[in-house]
Write a new protein. Structure first.
Ligand code: UDX
Length: 460
């Protein structure tokens, strides 16, 4: 039965990266057996059900095709390790919450446990692929742990950072800008690298498969995320100046982005970036720089995170100022809670910060989101305040004094705002934290409109 597969691939960690990435490999390569293993029984049961643990457009379809054919989800990590020739490690590496480097460095405990488990269970040589984002030179530590066994089994460790973005994961995996594979430049390292190249070459053109040394590959992931986040903080910093000078951030972003050296993507001013990667990876970079005594470099990158915190706080303060310096007892409806559209993920979402601040100001909060209400409830659990969760945006906004649009869901563009306006307290306010609404039209309906980085449209 097992003989029908050319290769056995295991991925340890069934999260946002491991699940979709392995689903894509299995979907594209029916000749390989792909197993995703995790210690979390509930998560694995969900992967085996019709209700997958993450929402990602297109994911259900590819899982349906491959699951049971050559894609398997299991909690038996030991068996998986024994069986596989190639093991992806995609366990989470959150920011450390304790001890040295707390709040900055990556917490590598899950990852190290996994390395030790591989070492204990392996009976034959294997290629280990770092999928999790890790500090530079982690592969070296992994090699040391793996070679500390007495059995003399040889392991090659590759770095293969994942660049997929949530909400577009399937498209990014199917048609990536690039796949990056870092290896040792030894004979056995290069051989391991070529094995992984062959897997991706099943559907990615060779020119897009980059290879490098391990340390460059590890650092590239941190640098790529830092550059992307930096663009957002840069445009957000200019949005603050626009609001003081009556300039329009959309015009500025367009003019700047049309310079082909700059490029137009990732220049949308917003309520602040969120997501599991940007802040974590930048802080990780900052910690590494400090560790190597590069304080100026550390400060430079840290300011990207500081600008993002400032943008979130600024959004709340703008609301306060516009609404006559008090939010106490006022109904405020958050349109969106996810950190971006097309995902139910709320990790580091600006919405969490904003919701907490509004509650501090004693506002009455109504949260609506098409996919993230369950997570919103978890994020705000235990917080003392008046919060309700409502699926329907019309119902959510009814009776409120203001709407704060936090996530750029398409559905918010097409709502009947006349109907919403009629149902709200007056004067009614809209704070468009994503600049996706038709501000002039909203103003004509009667709203007082506060975009990001543009002059407000008010009736006062
Ligand atoms: C990011 C990287 O894009 C991806 O390559 C990496 O693998 C993981 O981290 P992700 O966090 O899923 O992906 O989402 P991304 O699309 O990058 O958005 C991050 C945050 O920035 C979101 O909150 C988004 O709304 C915000 N953003 C993005 C802006 O505020 N303005 C923009 O112009 C773009």
């Amino acid at each position: 039965m097992e003989m029908r597969f050319e290769r056995n691939i295991l991925c340890i960690g069934a999260g946002y990266v491991g699940g979709p990435t392995m689903a894509m490999i299995a979907y594209k390569c029916p000749q390989y057996k792909v197993t995703v293993a995790d210690v979390d029984h509930e998560r694995i049961a969900q992967w085996n059900s019709d209700d997958l643990p993450i929402y990602e457009p297109g994911l259900d379809e590819i899982v349906k095709v491959a699951r049971g054919r050559n894609l398997f989800f299991s909690t038996d990590i030991e068996h998986g390790i024994k069986e596989a020739e190639l093991i992806f490690v995609s366990v989470n590496t959150p920011t450390k919450t304790f001890g040295a480097g707390a709040g900055m460095a990556a917490d590598l405990q899950y990852w190290e446990k996994t390395a030790r488990q591989i070492c204990q269970c392996a009976e034959a040589p294997k290629v280990i692929v770092e999928k999790s984002t890790l500090p530079v030179r982690t592969a070296l530590a992994m090699e040391r742990i793996l070679t500390s066994n007495d059995s003399g089994i040889h392991f090659d460790v590759l770095s293969n950072p994942e660049f997929l973005a949530e909400g577009t994961a399937i498209r990014d995996l199917e048609d990536p800008d690039r796949v990056l594979i870092g290896s040792r430049l030894t004979e056995s390292g290069l051989k391991a690298r070529d094995e992984l190249v062959e897997i991706y070459a099943n559907w990615v053109s060779r020119e897009r498969i980059l290879t490098s040394d391990t340390w460059s590959s590890e650092l590239s992931k941190l640098a790529a995320n830092a550059f992307l986040a930096q663009r957002i903080s840069s445009i957000n910093s200019v949005s603050a100046l626009c609001e003081r000078t009556d300039a329009d951030i959309s015009e500025v972003a367009k003019a700047v982005g049309m310079d082909s050296r700059v490029g137009s993507k990732f220049l949308n001013a917003s309520v602040g970036f969120g997501g599991s990667c940007f802040k974590k990876d930048i802080l990780n970079l900052v910690y590494l720089c400090r560790n190597y005594g590069l304080n100026e470099v550390a400060n430079y990158w840290e300011s990207v995170v500081q600008m993002n915190e400032y943008q979130k706080e600024r959004f709340v303060l703008n609301m306060m100022t516009a609404m006559f310096n008090t939010l106490a007892g006022k109904g405020i409806c958050l349109f969106g809670f996810a950190f971006k559209a097309n995902t139910g993920d709320t990790r580091e979402s600006a919405a969490i910060f904003i919701a907490k601040r509004l509650i501090e100001e004693k506002a009455e909060l109504v949260v609506t989101d098409p996919k993230a209400l369950e997570n919103a409830r978890i994020d705000l659990r235990g917080i003392d305040g008046d919060v309700s969760y409502v699926d329907d945006p019309y119902e959510a906004a009814a009776g409120c004094h203001a709407i704060a649009l936090v996530t750029e869901w398409d559905l918010y563009r097409d709502l009947d705002f006349e109907k919403i306006y009629r149902s709200m307290m007056k004067p009614a306010f809209i704070f468009d934290g994503r600049n996706i609404l038709d501000h002039r039209r909203l103003f004509e309906i009667g709203f007082n409109v506060f975009p990001i980085g543009k002059p407000p449209l008010t009736h006062f």
